[in-house]
Design a protein around this ligand. Structure first.
Ligand SMILES: *Cc1c(COP(=O)(O)O)cnc(C)c1O
Length: 357
């Protein structure tokens, strides 16, 4: 730390992203990316002609992307906001609607960025306990003082809360905002966007990183009332009006034009996930009933860190989360069939080597 860092940030503990290894090539099942490349339409559109225009600023309104998102979700353009990854969208939301007096509440296990944003922005937060099986007890979210953010399906576990439960939380906190982070919703969940017809206090946030094969393009979005989107634009135009670069605007717009490819990829991930549950459970693992593009899996007799390290030695990267409730197992991103088959073989080897199987 330099002597110049503001004391506000002296104790800030930044988010630690999953490893993005260089050099040695791993089977990468650690950061919930898609195992598939972007749509061929996206790749074709990112051509030299577009690169030649990089001397110009990008469109601050991201018009083509906003229009495509609005059409996809049957919303007005004024009800859609886009940002540099949903991380940025979430940061704008936290900054716009919470402060020292109005904190944030979220399930104790969820997306690791929520407490980091709160710490950076000086927002007090409350981690609401989960049931022992990682499910959310919605009665703990009744009439809270704070705004609420819930990843649904939940980050780390993949467990999904039905829209009727989200509706209960939204209606019981009508003076508070409920932010539903649907990064993983395309893998089998139903979106809470439909609740916008009845409630003004909901923001649905999502991303093209997980289900649209565009993690590197950094495209996130939010759908909410016109008034809320206006507030978010106020944040953006006070910080970085060109928050989406021109190539990403093109990539996102084109990705939304290729629903067939999107469907093919997500259906494959869903199939591979269900097969993964079957295989690992068959071996004796506990596996969460995830509706996301990952599962959380643990095995009696080997802790998460050992399993993570043994897999890494063999060239497979999964995610180990040192959090007390999750250190019993690992989070495994669902990859292609061949990646998953390699994983199963290596897990079998590791367990046999340790006489656990
Ligand atoms: C991956 C993820 C994000 C961030 O997505 P980006 O759009 O890549 O910034 C946000 N929330 C959850 C729950 C995620 O898993």
């Amino acid at each position: 730390m330099s002597e110049f860092l503001s004391e506000r940030f002296a104790y800030l503990r930044p988010y630690v992203p999953g490893e993005q290894p260089k050099g040695k090539s791993y089977i990468k099942l650690n950061t919930n990316e898609s195992p598939f490349p972007p749509s061929p339409k996206v790749i074709a559109a990112l051509n030299a002609k577009e690169a030649e225009k990089l001397n110009l600023y990008s469109d601050p309104t991201a018009e083509s992307l906003i229009a495509a998102l609005a059409e996809r979700f049957d919303k007005k353009k004024t009800e859609v906001f886009a940002g540099n990854g949903s991380d940025e969208v979430l940061a704008f939301i936290f900054n716009a609607f919470s402060d020292k007096k109005k904190g944030m509440a979220f399930p104790e296990i969820g997306y690791g960025f929520y407490p980091v944003f709160c710490d950076m922005l000086g927002i007090p937060y409350r981690a609401v306990p989960l049931n022992a099986d990682f499910t959310i007890d919605i009665s703990r979210f009744r009439g809270l003082e704070e705004n609420i953010v819930i990843a649904n399906p939940n980050a780390q576990t993949g467990l999904y809360l039905p829209v009727s439960d989200i509706e209960t939380i939204v209606s019981e906190n009508y003076k508070r905002l409920v932010i539903v982070d649907e990064a993983y919703c395309d893998f089998g969940g139903e979106s809470a966007m439909s609740l916008m017809r009845k409630y003004e206090n909901i923001i649905v946030v999502s991303t093209m990183s997980k289900s649209r094969q565009l993690a590197g393009a950094r495209i996130g979005y939010a759908v909410a009332s016109e008034a809320i989107v206006e507030d978010l634009n106020k944040m953006k135009y006070s910080f970085n009006p060109y928050n989406l670069n021109s190539l990403s605007i093109i990539a996102g717009t084109e990705a939304l034009k290729d629903e067939d490819y999107f469907d093919l990829c997500r259906r494959t991930v869903i199939e591979n996930r269900e097969e993964c549950k079957r295989v690992l459970r068959g071996m004796g693992f506990s596996v969460t009933d995830s509706l996301a593009n990952f599962v959380f899996a643990s095995y009696p007799g080997i802790d998460g860190k050992s399993l993570y390290s043994a897999l890494k030695e063999r060239g497979v990267l999964v995610r180990f989360l040192s959090d007390g409730k999750l250190n019993c197992g690992v989070r495994i991103t669902i990859g292609s069939v061949s990646q998953m088959e390699a994983l199963y073989l290596m897990i079998d080897e590791i367990l046999k080597e340790r006489n656990l199987r």
